[in-house]
Design a binder for this molecule. Structure first.
Ligand SMILES: Cc1cc2nc3c(=O)[nH]c(=O)nc-3n(C[C@H](O)[C@H](O)[C@H](O)COP(=O)(O)O)c2cc1C
Length: 139
């Protein structure tokens, strides 16, 4: 099996928590896209990000635009949002590039009083279960 990588973008820290939880489970260091990571050739890339006013962070979109389909084989999205919104723009950019999106996991985030207390322990465990399954390491 090829290399797996994890990147995240975060405003309030939830995506970092999720990315680090799945990183620990998979034995991989999760990288903040603000560090402008240049990815090694990856078979599977996890992209973890939140939703703000219905959108992904511009820095995450800029990062996704730089991805090279010759370098990244497949992706899976983990999305932290209070209303269950998805990373539609990230998905569309990946599709344009011909990079496959295997699946998307929605992890409850919080905004003001909406979904307060999330992501909690159970949410993080569900994110880990999703990541292990996608990476084929769930049994
Ligand atoms: C300014 C702001 C705007 C948000 N807008 C939305 C939104 O439009 N839809 C939604 O589902 N969640 C929204 N949320 C909730 C975030 O997506 C959620 O808290 C997420 O966990 C944030 O991820 P982060 O901590 O990695 O930045 C918003 C949060 C903030 C702070």
């Amino acid at each position: 099996m090829g290399k797996t990588a994890i990147v995240y973008a975060t405003l309030t820290g939830h995506s970092k928590k999720i990315a680090e939880a799945i990183g620990q489970a998979l034995g991989i260091k999760a990288v903040n896209i603000s560090a402008l990571p240049s990815l090694e050739k990856s078979d599977l890339l996890f992209i973890v990000g939140g939703i703000y006013g219905g959108k992904s962070l511009p820095a995450l979109l800029r990062f996704v635009k730089t991805l090279d389909p010759g370098n990244v084989n497949r992706t899976a999205l983990l999305t932290s949002s209070a209303r269950g919104q998805k990373q539609d723009h990230v998905r569309a950019l990946l599709r344009e590039k011909g990079i496959e999106v295997l699946d998307e996991f929605i992890c409850p985030g919080s905004f003001l009083f909406l979904s307060m207390g999330h992501p909690n322990k159970t949410d993080l465990q569900e994110a880990i279960d999703f990541a292990l399954k996608v990476a084929g390491k769930d049994s």
